[in-house]
Design a protein around this ligand. Structure first.
Ligand code: ADP
Ligand code: MG
Length: 387
């Protein structure tokens, strides 16, 4: 799960991580008072779940409270396009009004999970402001890496090594050591999967602060972080994915034309591969799970069909715990209720397969039966081309 910059900064503040003073609002008229309170010179920052806002015109400096109001009026309600939003951009609902700080240096500090070693790893670079992927591609030696033991936490010597790698000395060095340790604590305690501070700011006064912050959290750990779940902004998520998660379906929307309904994540991945192999493009990843009910199958069907790009559907089920007859019933019910506007290819195998096939055959629906995955993929791709 992702949160907005202002929410990530609220979390950091609880751990004593230094962040600029700021107030979030969706009302441009409230901005004058907020800006006065913050000292007059402020930065107005669009709150969307994507980076690159500065370059896209979503982060602007205001020298006076009146100017801040004008900028807030422009930014709230705008569709902000950055290299991370895709060409359709994102509608800005809120802005963060932040005190404008005196920038001396912009550095990079990020923590994420290194799956290869099974530990969080801190990445630090003097080249802040730039995307870390870009730094990694152009000059990988410019990134200092520090693997952290999740039980022991960040050791003081590791924090000092990071501050040294960032080229800091004196007061800024000490502040950075403190900053790194507190950030690591926040990352571990909240079950974060990413905490990216870009830029990590060193001010002319030698303060060290998180000028920007992006945090992601492990969805599987959210059950123990009710406060973070409350920060979820559904407006930032794909509506079909939100709908699917309500029904306990693992659904991810993609750009292709073949809608897929599959049970089991591995089979779903395999199905996507074989569709591509047959010359088609999957419209989604969808795992209906091991013990899906007819009701869930119906919901899955409805979600696939609400994607207007879908030109044909492939149902690929291996009945283990999931019985083929139950899937077949769900499909028949759903097609009767919602209608079947596109060709449907079904491949069933496993428990009660004969019964399942019989239900489909007797349904009177226009279903293309397939034997095996290759046959199913070929048939569904042909159906897309025909449609
Ligand atoms: P994004 O990464 O989405 O472009 P940032 O929060 O990193 O957004 O802001 C972009 C740039 O704007 C920063 O690199 C910094 O130069 C400037 N900036 C952001 N917040 C402040 C602030 N409070 N004071 C001064 N400059 C700021
Ligand atoms: Mg940034």
């Amino acid at each position: 799960m992702k949160v907005h910059e202002y929410q990530a900064k609220e979390i950091l503040k609880r751990y004593g991580v230094a962040v600029p003073r700021g107030v979030v609002t969706d009302n441009p008229e409230a901005v004058r008072e907020i800006a006065k309170e913050l000292g007059g010179r402020v930065v107005v920052k669009a709150q969307i779940h994507a980076g690159g806002r500065g370059k896209g015109g979503g982060v602007k400096l205001a020298k006076t409270p009146d100017e801040a109001v004008e900028i807030a009026k422009q930014i709230i309600g705008m569709t902000l396009v950055t290299h991370q939003t895709g060409p359709e951009g994102r509608l800005v609902g809120k802005v963060l009004i932040e005190e404008a700080l005196n920038i001396d240096r912009e550095l990079y500090l990020g923590i994420t999970l290194d799956r290869r070693i099974g530990k969080p790893v801190v990445m630090a670079s003097k080249q802040g402001g730039m995307e870390i992927e870009e730094v990694a591609a152009k000059d990988p030696t410019a990134i200092h890496r520090e693997a952290i033991d999740p039980i022991l936490g960040m050791q003081p010597f590791q924090a000092r090594r990071i501050a040294y790698a960032l080229g800091l000395t004196g007061t800024a060095f000490k502040k950075c050591v403190d900053f790194c340790q507190k950030l690591m604590q926040a990352y571990i305690d909240t079950d974060a999967s990413l905490a990216e501070i870009n830029p990590l700011l060193v001010t002319k006064e030698e303060d060290v602060l998180a000028l920007d912050c992006k945090m992601n959290f492990d969805d599987n750990a959210l059950f123990r972080h009710k406060d973070i779940v409350e920060m979820r902004d559904l407006a930032e998520e794909d509506p079909l994915e939100v709908e699917a998660s309500k029904h306990g379906l693992n659904y991810i929307k993609l750009d292709g034309t073949v809608g897929c309904m599959v049970n089991g994540a591995g089979l779903a991945m395999g199905t996507m591969d074989i569709i591509k192999h047959a010359g088609g493009e999957p419209a989604n990843f969808l795992d209906v799970g091991g013990g899906a009910t007819a009701e869930q199958v119906k919901n899955a069907f409805r979600i696939i069909l609400s994607d207007k790009n879908v030109k044909a559907i492939l149902i690929n089920i291996f009945g283990g715990i999931m019985r083929c007859d139950r899937i077949a019933e769900g499909v028949v019910q759903a097609s009767k209720e919602i209608g079947l506007p596109v060709p449907l290819v079904v491949r069933l195998e496993g428990t009660n397969v004969e019964l399942g096939k019989e239900i489909l055959a007797k349904s009177g629906l226009n279903i293309i039966a397939a034997d095996g995955m290759a046959d199913a993929a070929t048939k569904v791709v042909a159906a897309v081309k025909g449609a």
